[in-house]
Ligand binder design. Structure first.
Ligand code: HSE
Length: 448
């Protein structure tokens, strides 16, 4: 058996930036499972320094066992540090620190999805230039090893699409709205009370957090650059509890999905990249992912559908992903950069600039809810407009009007069409005098 050099057995030194929820979880899990992790990594992984503005908190969490500082810049330039773990979040100081760490030859482990979705191309280019790794398992779906699956487990496949419940806060809110018939605002307050939603929950409820994550998954699945600015982002704040109820009657459940799909359009390749509330058949496993849980469904041409389920947030589930990255980086630390797994799953020279399709070219089926006068000919007028746009109706229900009520709701499901066709039909439908309110339009995915 070959003996290991001193360089291969001495502890690898980690500088931890941010000792909040995930930082604390990382510290605790690394201490608790130290022996097991060392057996896997081949050498001890040691947090040598923790940087946080809140020194008192840092002292409390680390129990005085580790050097602490409030100067994160001193950590990323410290010659004794091998790996910097960035758990600060956002695109401000975190970006400066990550780039500085890379420039100083450090490997980086980060949970920062916003940073990678928006500035990932620049960060990975800098890392490749320096021959260091940037690992980011914790950036998408917390403890679920979806990055590992896409970068390694599924490399035989031509990935066709990914659909994911990748924001726990909104999934919790949607579950509460459906289970208890709560309005959105009430369910949001409950999420905040339980500590799921941030104090400012805008990124969660408006779909931005999910869009950061699906942008990362899309890049890994198709070997394209990060293109967050091209993603269609729509949250759940405008969702009406009535639509959840009608969807249920039709055999569907509404989930906030991040979706990315490879398409051929007019003989050219294109990628759909979108986040929006989506009707999915109740019979699908992913439709039954409830509460704050996450799940990602990946369709590959060889393997078929694979589903990854687990906790998408929280101290120790996210720490599980951070530490898995630390082990990976430790194992590959001494390897030649060309022999490491490429950042975006594809070799840097093989990344393609396949365009992200505009929303108007997205192909899917639709749920439409129309408030109409309840009299003869109304349905015929609407059906004619849909037919003129080549849109075929798949199912329909009409709410029974209450005694003396002259208006009713018609709910229609369509077959697959292009978004621009449905847009054109909605404009014409809303112009009919018998249509009394703006048409509610939701997208549907069969995920079959
Ligand atoms: N805010 C995220 C969520 C967790 O609700 O899923 C961190 O990505």
């Amino acid at each position: 058996m070959a003996t290991k050099s001193n360089e291969q057995t001495k502890p690898i030194n980690v500088g931890l930036l941010g000792i909040g929820t995930v930082g604390g979880g990382t510290f605790n899990v690394l201490s608790r499972n130290e022996a097991e992790i060392t057996r896997r990594a081949g050498r001890p992984i040691r947090i040598s320094v923790v940087a946080d503005k809140n020194l008192e908190l840092a002292k409390q969490v680390t129990g005085g066992k580790v050097r602490i500082t409030d100067d994160a810049f001193a950590v990323v330039t410290d010659p004794d540090i091998d790996i910097v773990v960035e758990l600060i979040g956002g695109c401000g100081i975190a970006k400066e620190l990550v780039l500085k760490a890379i420039a100083n030859g450090k490997h980086v482990v980060t949970a920062n999805k916003a940073l990678l979705a928006v500035h990932g191309n620049e960060i990975f280019a800098a890392a490749s230039e320096k021959g260091v790794m940037v690992a980011f398992e914790a950036a998408v779906a917390g403890g679920i090893p979806i990055i590992k699956a896409l970068r390694e487990g599924l490399t035989a496949n031509r990935i066709q699409w990914i659909a994911g419940i990748i924001n726990g806060t909104t999934n919790f809110i949607l579950s509460e709205m459906r289970d208890k018939g709560l309005a959105f605002d009430v369910a949001l307050k409950e999420a905040q009370r339980l500590g799921y939603a941030e104090a400012d929950p805008t990124f969660d409820i408006e779909g931005v957090d999910a869009a950061h994550k699906i942008t990362i998954l899309s890049a890994l699945a198709f070997g394209i650059p990060m293109q967050f600015d091209k993603a269609h982002v729509e949250g759940i704040s405008q969702l009406d509890a009535d639509d959840i109820k009608y969807a249920e009657q039709l055999g569907y459940r509404i989930k906030l999905l991040g979706i990315t799909r490879r398409r051929e359009m007019d003989g050219k390749a294109g990628i759909e990249l979108r986040v929006h509330p989506t009707l999915i058949p109740t019979k699908r496993l992913i439709a039954n992912v409830e509460g704050a849980m996450n799940a990602v469904l990946v369709q590959g041409d060889a393997v078929g559908a694979t589903l990854y389920y687990g906790k998408g947030a929280g101290a120790e589930p996210t720490a599980s992903a951070v530490i898995a990255d630390l082990v990976d980086v430790t194992r590959m630390h001494t390897a030649d950069p060309e022999h490491r797994v490429p950042h975006l799953a594809f070799q840097p020279g093989a990344v393609e600039d396949t365009p992200i399709l505009p929303l108007s070219e997205v192909e899917t089926s639709y749920y439409l809810r129309l408030r109409v006068e309840d009299r003869p000919g109304v349905l015929a007028d609407i059906a004619r407009i849909l037919a003129d746009q080549q849109i075929s109706i798949d199912a329909m229900i009409q709410r029974e009007p209450a005694e003396g009520e002259s208006q009713t709701d018609i709910i229609m499901l369509t077959h697959i069409t292009r978004e621009k066709n449905i847009d054109a039909a909605i404009v014409k439908i809303e112009a009919l005098p018998v249509v009394k309110k703006k048409v509610i339009r939701l997208r549907m995915e069969e995920l079959g």
